[in-house]
Design a protein around this ligand. Sequence first.
Ligand SMILES: [Zn+2]
Length: 575
Amino acid sequence: MTSRVSGLGRALSLGLSLLLLAGCQTPQGASADKAAKVPRTASEDSGLELLPEQAAYDVRHVEVALQVFPEKKTIAGTGTLTVAVLSALDWLVVDLDPRLKVSAVRLSEGEGPAAAAIFEHRGPRLWIALGRTRAAGITLKAAIDYAGAPREAVRAPWDGSFVWAKTKDGQPWIATACQGEGADLWWPCKDHPSEKPDAFTLRIRVPEPLVVAANGRLVEVVPHGDGTRTYHWHTDYPINNYGVALNIAPYETVTADYKSVAGETVPVTYWVLPENRAEGEKILPEFIAHLNFYERTLGPYPFRGEKYGVAETPHLGMEHQSIIAYGNKYKGGTHGYDWLHHHELGHEWWANLVAVADWRDFWIHEGLCTYMQALYAEEREGAMAYHHAMYDSRRRIKNEHPMVPAGTSSMVKMSDTLGNEVYMKGSWIVHMLRYLVGRDQAGEVLRRFAYPTEAAARSTDGSACRIVTSEDFIRTANTVTGRDLGWFFNFYLYQPKLPKLVAEIEVDKVVLRWETPEGYPFPMPVEVEVDGRLERIEMPGGRAELDAARYGKAKLDPNLWILKETRLMDVMPPR
Ligand SMILES: [Zn+2]
């Protein structure tokens, strides 16, 4: 368990990754200093090893019914968890930040009546006594009444929970973001990426005229006649804990219908601040163009049975399921499109449809989304833009730690050790795979990793949502290509060192060979440029012999396909 986290290091390591993608200045200065002073508690990490009591149940449904008090910056209400017991259980243990005080817990089994339960808040977890041992196979429902001032985010989305901002005319503008610390900062949950509630209901009561934009479908808005109203949202799709979000402001909406490649018409809504309505109307077609790019590249938008939503947020952005947080202030990006929206939308496939079981495999979320931006640059501007994007990532890869650490890994551990690596080196895994197996097969690997079957791609009932590991990605690549690519993935995922490409003249031959740590087998082909033409040199056994007369002055890997020991300045000038 981590009891204290380095606020500055963490904020910078996560913060840099997104900001550098945008080509921004590094976020050093006043705001980062402020983040360093935020005290950290045990609740402020996600994905720590589960207690046996937590591994013993599976969350089926959650309802969070909260009243939000913007002036006091507090919340009050009830979180109701319906769980299936997987193995005999005496205590129901859920994560909940002790900043939130629990006043009562009601417990019921199956369809039985609810009764008050004894509970104890021990540090970051709430222990609910079940009175007697509950057997595997039964369903329990725990309704937890709680209230308090939730943790206030200082630099969301890099530190989390509630952001209490104001619109230009001073009205409340509130958002939640909790990927790093976990949803237990504002509702009771099992704070681990392997746990996805199968369905989720939100009933959020706010002062009028505030609007709540959240996940799934808006079921109803209930006025209470006292200047408040309740927004009732519901999703029938499995959802990551951190994917659940509240966005509260005097929003207006900009809407459109989008025809999915799968045939359905998907309602698209952008919840925009009134002062930015004109900008909102202007950017909606771009949001839809991004949606279409992803559908053509990976398969249908996964949550088209409900909606595609974007909410304008006071923080930069986050991949909240079917309600993407957008806070890029209409600034676009260096490649002529809004990189932030494009990045977060990519997570609807790589995070929300396909989610990692443990944060150790975080590169699957961030690396694949980073790679998607290079592909989009290629589609818009051609090969040079693609290679520029990959070069930009290459310069930030450090190779100090294995990209997939051994054993389980919490979010804090990942960001403290790897930081940007999951974005940059993660994108390079797919880039190299593309050279190794060809563009068509690499594209097919991505499509099959998103949707293993055509039936999964066609489904709209949530059955396509799944939880994966790096090993699943390797299996998909092997299946699609009909090859054993274990040597490639094992080399780049599980150890940090790079191969070195050595070229030596031996009489009338050029001998090309890969030098690897401990002689690890590395039959990676190499692109060479001879007389202005590109050739692919196969390297069986990690070695090739070439005619010195022809290849003596060949340029090796001029397009930088392979992550290896490289003097980058020799290859391509930085932009
Ligand atoms: Zn991301």
